[in-house]
Design a protein around this ligand. Structure first.
Ligand SMILES: [Mg+2]
Length: 347
């Protein structure tokens, strides 16, 4: 089995601003695993909050682990050993995704079929970052109408406060009046408990379907209070990384947003799905700054999920990879062996 690494800078089409800052591009680490004539591909989108800040750091984690544990024939064992060894979840995601891709290619099956899932039925949302109302007015047709998408995730939690949140959201509503869309909100932990209560009461009357991460990671002690009389479903994202986090918050949330970079790949996602369902929670999948390889892996597990937010590859200029095409608003896995994600071949 031969493992190789490659770092690629991904430039965003539109810079993305959330409650914690702005990003116009980043370097991702790609990993390939070759064996018996097949090559599996994985990708990490590094991040401080996911345990490895750069591609170099992610690669160092993986190289040290694979030197200590070169036998990766069992994906489940490899996943458990890597986490115990201290490999950052985002770094582990690249290896785990590549191993699942390889397994499916060896079996000659699409990964979603190998995992026993159906194709996804729900459309992906497109993300509108924090911006001024004037910028939102200009941006909305570009990210929705031009892609043929009618589901929008609005980033709120503006550091300037909830008046700025409301002003931007009202621009979204003006768009919605002309061209109806489904709207959800992600505060990325940018609200206090009081702001969150106020904003959820305000949003429930303004076509919002649910709210993601209203309170900051670390402020979970206030979640039961917010949950008690909530007018809208609450999903956690930053507060829930692994399946083992779910029992802590299951009594105070309606759903969890999983990300392959947070949970260490497909194996972690399967455990989150099983645990969330055991607690009767709704499920959602999101993404970091990922290209089509990791997005294709996410799409492979999305057939069983309630909400989909697999759109980061659509905001790359260019996406060096392909394999997670939009079909009728759905980020669709391909009917080819593996997860379907791969580098574009130069023509
Ligand atoms: Mg989120």
């Amino acid at each position: 089995m031969h493992i190789a690494y490659k770092t690629v800078y991904l430039k965003k089409l539109f810079p993305l601003r959330i409650s914690r800052g702005v990003r116009d591009g980043q370097s991702n680490l790609y990993l390939s695993v070759a064996d018996e004539g097949h090559t599996g591909w994985g990708e990490t989108s590094p991040g401080v909050s996911e345990g490895a800040a750069t591609p170099e750091e992610a690669q160092r984690h993986l190289e040290a682990f694979l030197k200590a544990y070169p036998d990766v024939s069992s994906i489940q064992d490899t996943y458990d050993r890597a986490l115990a060894y201290g490999v950052a979840p985002c770094a582990l995601a690249a290896l785990d995704i590549a191993l699942w891709d390889l397994k499916a290619k060896k079996a000659g099956m699409p990964l979603y079929q190998l995992l026993g899932f159906s194709k996804p039925k729900h459309p992906t949302s497109m993300t509108l970052g924090i911006m001024t109302p004037a910028e939102a007015k200009e941006r909305l047709p570009l990210i929705l109408k031009n892609q043929g998408i009618k589901t929008l995730k609005v980033k709120l939690g503006n550091p300037e406060g909830i008046a700025a949140d409301k002003a931007m959201y009202e621009e979204v509503l003006r768009y919605h009046m002309q061209l109806p869309i489904s709207i959800r909100v992600d505060a990325n932990g940018g609200w206090s408990l009081e702001d969150a209560k106020h904003m959820m009461d305000w949003l429930v009357e303004r076509h919002c379907a649910y709210v993601e991460q209203p309170l900051k990671e670390g402020q979970e002690q206030d979640m039961p209070e917010l949950y008690k009389n909530r007018p809208l479903p609450i999903f956690v994202d930053e507060s829930c990384r692994m399946a083992s986090d779910i029992p802590n918050w299951a009594h105070a949330v309606d759903g969890v947003n999983m990300k392959l970079m947070k949970c260490g790949g497909i194996t972690g996602a399967l455990r989150i799905i099983a645990t969330a369902k055991a607690f009767g929670l709704q499920t959602m999948i999101g993404c970091m700054g990922e290209s089509s390889i990791s997005i294709a892996a996410g799409a492979a597990v999305s057939g069983v999920l309630d909400h989909i937010d697999l759109d980061s590859h659509l905001n790359l200029n260019p996406d060096p990879c392909e394999g997670a095409p939009l079909q009728n608003e759905i980020t669709m896995p391909l009917d080819v062996p593996g997860h379907g994600g791969r580098f574009k071949t130069k023509s």
